[in-house]
Design a protein around this ligand. Structure first.
Ligand SMILES: *Cc1c(COP(=O)(O)O)cnc(C)c1O
Length: 247
């Protein structure tokens, strides 16, 4: 298995105003299709979440024009600005960044999905603050399978109790798990980490949770994730280009 095309090969080589964003978008869709075929999976069982953090509304609009509806954001204020600028488009917004308790209300009010819940207090606040007129917030619990203490995500040992508690909250619908394994160029190691997430997911299903979502795989490792059962891959760099963090 290889890692697919180097994203740098996909940088626009044509004039501004060309369809370069859609060339990149189609290249990602082709990587997803190849990996799904290799895994013997139905292409419709895997979808792309476009991770637009640090890119402005114009870049989101360009990718939306290719046929992309679902976008993932990590930083609340930045995301709210883009949502306001693009309010006329039928986009579905996913919050995928670390969640501070004092930001839950705005997340509950402005997103359809949250992938990064790793503690009950945050889930309880999101549930209580979800506006009654909206469908339940679609939720993934983030698990930490790399054992890095500095990273987000609940430890595997604490996952079943957290899932049981989250599943009872009325403002939320627990859909599955999200993970960001430690980056490695070794595709065997990538697959081993994603397999651990899949096994935790299978365990929760055996426990009685009706889950259908495994959010795992990014620009560099989406093939490995799809081979291990990912249903949402979250792709930023390969779609929008390199990010420039300003602080
Ligand atoms: C930034 C980010 C991504 C996208 O990563 P790329 O390597 O740029 O594709 C995916 N998931 C999360 C949670 C992120 O923060």
């Amino acid at each position: 298995m290889n890692n697919g095309p180097d994203p740098r090969e996909l940088e626009p080589d044509t004039k501004p105003g060309s369809d370069a964003p859609c060339v990149r978008w189609r290249a990602i869709q082709a990587r997803i299709a190849r990996a799904a075929a290799e895994a013997g999976r139905d292409l419709a069982s895997v979808r792309l979440l476009a991770v637009s953090k640090t890119f402005g509304p114009g870049a989101v609009r360009d990718i939306a024009a290719c046929g992309q509806a679902e976008f993932g954001e990590n930083y609340l204020q930045e995301a709210l600005g883009k949502q306001a600028a693009l309010a006329g488009l039928p986009l579905v917004w996913h919050f995928i960044g670390p969640i501070q308790s004092n930001k839950t209300r705005s997340i509950a009010e402005n997103f359809a999905w949250v992938h990064s819940v790793d503690r009950l207090k945050v889930a309880e606040r999101l549930s209580a603050q979800r506006p009654p007129g909206l469908p339940p917030l679609q939720l993934c619990i983030e698990v930490n399978v790399s054992g890095e203490a500095s990273k987000g995500g609940v430890a595997a040992a604490e996952l079943p109790a957290l899932a049981d508690a989250v599943a009872k909250l009325p403002g939320l619908q627990l859909r599955g798990l999200m993970a960001i394994p430690a980056p490695t160029p070794d595709t065997g190691a990538q697959r081993a980490a994603f397999r651990q997430v899949r096994e935790l997911f299978d365990g929760l299903r055996v426990r009685g949770h009706a889950l259908d979502t495994l959010s795992m795989g990014m620009s560099a490792d989406l093939e490995a994730a799809i081979l291990e059962g990912a249903t949402i891959v979250r792709v930023g760099t390969a779609l929008f280009g390199e990010r420039n963090y300003l602080g």
